[in-house]
Design a protein around this ligand. Structure first.
Ligand SMILES: [Zn+2]
Length: 134
């Protein structure tokens, strides 16, 4: 599950736009999964579920943050809709649902943990904590 502020979503969209927007989508697998060009010449996997949840396996995405890969897929799907193509969504298997729920629980635990350990987290992350807040 990806969550963020209007600003972090806009930043992801701006980054994706700078790098080619929907052209970053290398391949639409046709089942709600997309291979998206990333840095370091590797592709990331973005998945969109029927309820509109975006997921990406890049670092930001694995922390549930908006990223340029998800933004590129968002643009790609918006373009499909504009020409009357219904974008596909991922049909989750029971195993996928289980894994997703487990991930989301872990993320919630991590978030609450982050609140409890805020001073420690800021000292571990240093600069990054400042970047995230900016
Ligand atoms: Zn990503």
């Amino acid at each position: 599950m990806t969550s963020g502020t209007r600003e972090t979503f806009n930043r992801a969209l701006a980054k994706a736009s700078e790098l080619g927007g929907m052209l970053l989508v290398q391949r639409d697998r046709g089942d709600g999964r997309y291979d998206v060009t990333g840095s370091h010449a590797r592709a990331y996997l973005v998945q969109v579920t029927a309820d509109g949840e975006y997921r990406c396996d890049c670092t930001a995405g694995s922390f549930g943050r908006p990223c340029k890969h998800q933004a590129a897929v968002f643009m790609f799907r918006a373009a499909q809709l504009a020409v009357g193509i219904a974008p596909a969504t991922v049909r989750e298997s029971d195993a996928d649902v289980r894994a997703r729920l487990l991930d989301e629980s872990r993320m919630n635990i991590a978030r609450h943990g982050a609140e409890w350990d805020r001073p420690a987290r800021e000292s571990w992350l240093g600069e990054e904590a400042v970047t995230v807040a900016a």
